[in-house]
Write a protein that binds this ligand. Structure first.
Ligand code: FRU
Length: 326
């Protein structure tokens, strides 16, 4: 492709208010640094589907060349994404899906599999017999629906496993702190809690601790982020028994977007793999993510140096030009 191509990418993000989304954005920016000719803009919908619809409409009016969308809720975002696709604007769906097949590519985990794996893991933890409580992600978001369906399917293989209660969360910890105590009091038989992400799993732990149930009830989360409040640390600290790795996929989303824009071959479904992180592998995971983190910092430092050298070079050119003109 000619270097003069200045692509415009619009990223409609359902929220940018948590560490997982920020890791996604950091991954995107890292990959975008290889394409200085790309104009990339993000609009943060703050968990509001109506606002997200407006954002996508604005991007279309501005005439972006490609859209990346992580849909707050599947149903309300579907018509505007279909409209974009039908107008010929390529759409990369990232993590949270719409309900439609009308998109150019998907990048993200297989949430049905995340739920199934959680169900199987819970069954083996409890030796195929026990009572389970599920804390759901926000209603209408595709990962919450798929994780739930997968979890029920996973448990169904074991007749001794029973899903006895649910808490409707919103991906955030406070929703669990509010709703879980009453549900746990009504269900003293609960042996294990599966929460749809690690933030809500941490909330579940705090409630269990308050009620003196933290030694009895095991907790499983999803995400497995690195960092101080991340799932890897929570597993290492034995706050969570396990978490399911769910990668934010920022790098992969930009890579797929660039293939589409440059008319290179690409896959429609780009599924990022999941795995259980528990006491058996948490140290390995921690070491690997720390190493990755320090390598990313090296890359950022090198990019900074390069920018400084380019700036020095540019000002030297100016001096030469002035001297020559004098
Ligand atoms: C972050 C998050 C993650 C979760 C994902 C699902 O905003 O809530 O914790 O895995 O979104 O879309």
């Amino acid at each position: 492709a000619p270097v003069s191509q200045h692509y415009r990418i619009g990223f409609s993000q359902c929220t940018n208010g948590d560490a997982w989304r920020q890791a996604m954005l950091a991954g995107m920016k890292k990959e975008l640094s290889f394409y200085p000719q790309v104009n990339f803009r993000m609009k943060d919908a703050h968990d509001n589907s109506a606002l997200q619809r407006r954002h996508i409409q604005e991007f279309l009016n501005e005439g972006v060349d490609l859209l990346i969308v992580s849909a707050n809720q599947a149903e309300p975002i579907t018509p505007i994404v279909e409209e974009a696709f039908n107008r010929g604007v390529p759409v990369v769906i990232l993590d949270r899906r719409t309900t439609s097949k009308l998109y150019t590519a998907y990048v993200g985990g297989n949430n049905l599999e995340v739920g199934q794996t959680a169900g199987n893991y819970a069954s083996s933890l409890l030796r195929q017999r026990g009572n389970v409580l599920e804390v759901l992600g926000a209603a209408g978001a595709s990962p919450a629906e798929d994780r739930h369906r997968g979890f029920v399917q996973g448990l169904a293989a074991y007749p001794g496993m029973r899903l006895v209660a649910q808490v409707q969360g919103d991906w955030k910890r406070p929703s669990v702190l509010r709703a879980l105590p009453a549900v746990l009091r009504a269900h003293p038989e609960v042996d294990l809690i599966f929460a749809h992400n690690d933030r809500m799993a941490l909330g579940a732990y705090q409630v269990c601790k308050q009620l003196g149930l933290d030694r009895r009830i095991r907790i499983i989360g999803v995400d497995g982020l690195a960092g101080p409040q991340g799932g890897i640390q929570l597993v290492q600290d034995k706050v969570l028994t396990a978490t399911l790795l769910y990668s934010p996929g920022g790098e992969e989303a930009i890579r797929t977007a660039m293939k589409i824009l440059q008319k290179q071959p690409f896959e429609k479904e780009n599924i990022l793999s999941t795995m259980v992180i528990d006491s058996t592998n948490v140290l390995t995971m921690k070491m690997q993510t720390e190493k990755l983190g320090s390598q990313q910092q090296d890359i950022q430092r090198q990019q900074q140096l390069l920018r400084e050298q380019l700036a020095t070079y540019a000002s030297q050119q100016t001096v030469l030009y002035i001297l020559a003109a004098a």
